[in-house]
Write a protein that binds this ligand. Sequence first.
Ligand code: 0L1
Ligand code: MG
Length: 259
Amino acid sequence: MTIERIEELAAIVDDAAMNVTEIGMLTADEPELDIEAAYAVQEASIERRLARGERLVGMKMGLTSRAKMEQMGVHEPIYGRLTSSMIVNDGARVRLAEMLHARVEPEVAFILADDIEGPVTPAQALASVAGVCAALEIIDSRYRDFKFTLPDVIADNTSAIRFVLGSTLMPAEAVNLGNLGIVMEINGRIIETGSSSAIYDHPARSLAELANMLARTGGRLEAGQIVLSGGATAAHPLNAGDRVRVTIDEIGSAEFRCE
Ligand code: 0L1
Ligand code: MG
């Protein structure tokens, strides 16, 4: 695919996100949009954000649960990019008018102390982590009815729109990272329970896989970056007035309100 076409497709997903307008699948009009081209579109769409003054603050893993992988018919997760405009402070409000059909999922987040360059094992990746915290990711596909193929969702930056990090950072080695109990509540009602083991079997495995996937194209994770390791349960639709909270054993909680 030509650079010009990649830029055109990046403008379509970026405009849709900025103007809160839904679009049809890019693959419907562009049969050449394979996974490699889709990551190029994602990167070009992020370049547009950076040119507007946003900063790259980290990366996210998507489709990390067996259920989501089976649903999409894939064998490996996908990754997206996190920018400064996606950060919501713990306890703050999010405006649903800035989203199309937002859903929320509980996650475990890493903050990196050092760069991570693949190939690495989960244990090696953990050695570069400053700490872990509870997180909530809001996803909002730009595609009509949240329907997409794998290249479409990669091009659309894996549906990223907002995320909240809990205010407590725990040393990764101090917690039982591979099997932490997770409870997500909406308006005080428990809506999902799960375990961090649902995140690619272990959040550290997800982190290492991300570094290894980036290494295929010469990329790496950088010190100070945030990594969302993947959804631990199904994602839930959000409505105005919702108060959302995740509590993760041993690492704390994160919350936001919808308006
Ligand atoms: O963060 C995620 O797991 C989302 C990945 C993209 C698929 C979706 O939007 O559900
Ligand atoms: Mg997610």
